[in-house]
Design a protein around this ligand. Sequence first.
Ligand SMILES: *[C@@H]1O[C@H](CO)[C@@H](O)[C@H](O)[C@H]1NC(C)=O
Ligand SMILES: *[C@@H]1O[C@H](CO)[C@@H](O)[C@H](O)[C@H]1NC(C)=O
Ligand SMILES: *[C@@H]1O[C@H](CO)[C@@H](O)[C@H](O)[C@H]1NC(C)=O
Ligand SMILES: *[C@@H]1O[C@H](CO)[C@@H](O)[C@H](O)[C@H]1NC(C)=O
Ligand SMILES: *[C@@H]1O[C@H](CO)[C@@H](O)[C@H](O)[C@H]1NC(C)=O
Ligand SMILES: *[C@@H]1O[C@H](CO)[C@@H](O)[C@H](O)[C@H]1NC(C)=O
Length: 737
Amino acid sequence: MKVLCALFLFCVSVRLVHLQGPGSGTNGNLRLCVVEGRGPFKRGATFCPLLDDENSGLECVLGTDQLDCLRRIGKNTVDFGVFSPEDLIAAQWADIDVLVTDELRNRFRPYARSIVAVVNRRILPDRPSSLDFVLHNTTLCHPVVGVDDLRPLSDTLAGYLESLIIPRACDPSLTLTENRIKALSEFFHKACKAGPWVPDVGRDAELKGKYPNLCAGCANPACREDDKYWGATGALECLLDNSGDTMWGELYDVQYIFGLNSTSVSGEPMLSSKQFAYLCRDGTWQAIEDNLTPCVWLNRPWPVVIAKRKAAEAVSKLIGSLKEDDMFNSHWRGALTSLLEIRQPPTPVNPPKTPLDYLASAQGFREAYSQSGCDPPRHITLCTTSNLERNKCEWLSEAGAVYGINPPLQCVVRNSTRDCLKAVKAGECDVAVGDSEWLMASTRDYGLEPVLYETTPIVEKMDTVVAYVRNGDVLTKMEDLSGKRAAFPLFDGMAWHTVLQYIKNKEKLNCAEAMFDYFSEICAPGIEEMDGGVISQMNIDKFTNGCIKNGDKVVSGEIAALQTLVEGKSDVAFISFKTANLYLNKQIMDPWADNDVDIMPVCPDENKKYCYLSWSNIGHIFASRNLTDMRRQEIVNVFTKLDQRFGEHQPSHNVMFTMYGPFNHAMDVLFHNNTKTLTTADMYKNTHPYASMPLNFERTVTNDSCQIADLARDSVNGFAPTFSLLISCLLLTILSR
Ligand SMILES: *[C@@H]1O[C@H](CO)[C@@H](O)[C@H](O)[C@H]1NC(C)=O
Ligand SMILES: *[C@@H]1O[C@H](CO)[C@@H](O)[C@H](O)[C@H]1NC(C)=O
Ligand SMILES: *[C@@H]1O[C@H](CO)[C@@H](O)[C@H](O)[C@H]1NC(C)=O
Ligand SMILES: *[C@@H]1O[C@H](CO)[C@@H](O)[C@H](O)[C@H]1NC(C)=O
Ligand SMILES: *[C@@H]1O[C@H](CO)[C@@H](O)[C@H](O)[C@H]1NC(C)=O
Ligand SMILES: *[C@@H]1O[C@H](CO)[C@@H](O)[C@H](O)[C@H]1NC(C)=O
């Protein structure tokens, strides 16, 4: 009987295997990759459970962002998802084997957007001529570019349209952004290009002052985002008010405004379209009235369903089966339409096409993304310290290029942060990233400085140095720490310099005294790795005796410093709130961390409010101190734009890439998860909230700090008097034998 049963079960399971679908999920379920929004409404959390509960043959996988979903398809861990045409461009370098199975239109139009040029007939010459001849020295109503995807143009598409009339400018003394602005300014008599031109406010004002004719066409010379002529409809208004001669805009907006596909009460078109004409890419023009299919400069395709090749047929069938009714269905089919954001029955791509073939059918779209750059090419080379970091950098670079963020990032890899700082110094890279532990070394040893800071408004998430002690030890004032055993995360790091500086100033000690006499014992990992042999073995032993060791290797970092405190190997650990909170919230999984030792901070008199000894931003983009202004602007512009596009600013859920989010399941790769924005040193100006926070480390890091030389020179001194006395006694005892 048992045997029979087993045989029967075996047969059933074999049958199941045979029935398995083509998907990568359990039993061959098709897996859909969904990106959860940052907003309060969570599509995945709302609709995915319905797919699981109802035996739909589908499973959800939550991706971090669109490109994460594409990578998962590439790795065969999901089967399909919905992507924008820009996502497909960004992914083309990765050569992922997928097919476009369906278009998801939400209107009955062949393309999501069709960009046309409309001109006032007064500028038209007697007979068709070159675009350059027609448009030169006219007034442009600029279709402004914003970070919001809903506006008609991205920076790339606007740049492409400009490139069709103005040759690329490549003055090596100007940033690429300024080159473009200058060329526009010289070609047109006037324009209204309202709103920010670059994210950095100071630089924006500078550029607007330098090229005032690009704001002279605006309703208000302030040239701001609230200008009457700002945005897609603003540009149309600028044209209709006779304030400008020419504009690019969305075909359907133009038709709507001229009342072409609808009539007013009187039966007449709403506006006289006779005064205007469509201008074509070849310099000819066409009437607006009675012309529902005019010449188009650029088409942007609809979002599409992409499936890995193996699953394309099954996905095609599934999506093809979705009907109008399903959108109102409260079961899994309705959930699926919501997850895919289907607003009308999908349009099949038959047979399924590769992404590039699909995009090729939209005039101008692919060309827009293969514009030639300047010669010699410009890049911003970012130094990374692992293949994972480099890979993230490369995806960021592709994503940035799609949105016209220029010059593009280039990614190189070195063995360590120190090697990266060296590479920046040597001019092999433009920038490297590093946390606060690297502030001293980057400034002192490599002639670098932070050009941008990864900031967070939350003190508990910042890099801080706080004196933590065990709760029962009745150490309540900083002075109580004198003569105690101290643990630092890293020699020459932020806590090291902060604390020595504090003691020096407070106790009127010199560096040697602060290092040797104040504490009875110090753990400062990393001292054993200092190059040059300036530090004697005796000092190395002295500064690592009390540290956590892994075999012979001294363990560095905040967690190790905390461990010495918890295990009673030290009396005070100088660590951040962040690390202390990990411990207090029982998020450290090592055995030493699950005992009941309670820890508490000792607040310095100077900072009862926040209790830290110093604070600093969580990340830094380091560049050479002697960058030219032009290069500095270029670097700041590229990274602030990347931040604006891929940072925390966008509420929308179909974010192509997240700079600060997890990458391939790893946190804090290259940039930090807690980062809110990237900011220049302007944040220290008085008006900024950060400026009022006391004891900033970044601004004081190099002031008269204690250096290795102090250690070397004074290494003849002992530790705390008692300790050196002990050594002397020992020596005497040995000698007197
Ligand atoms: C450009 O146009 C303006 C006004 O339309 C005119 O005053 C100016 O002379 C023109 N400049 C050139 C170089 O044609
Ligand atoms: C005009 O409007 C009708 C219905 O409102 C629509 O079916 C048609 O496609 C529109 N034509 C164009 C060119 O937009
Ligand atoms: C990186 O480390 C490897 C192995 O440790 C070594 O062979 C290589 O030379 C190092 N590269 C650099 C640039 O230091
Ligand atoms: C600074 O500029 C000088 C000459 O302009 C150059 O020799 C030096 O290498 C530069 N320093 C750095 C850190 O780039
Ligand atoms: C990462 O950042 C997000 C948003 O800022 C936050 O919700 C999440 O808790 C963070 N994750 C970790 C592990 O810190
Ligand atoms: C530290 O140096 C900065 C400039 O590098 C200076 O503005 C500041 O006043 C100095 N602070 C102290 C305490 O010396």
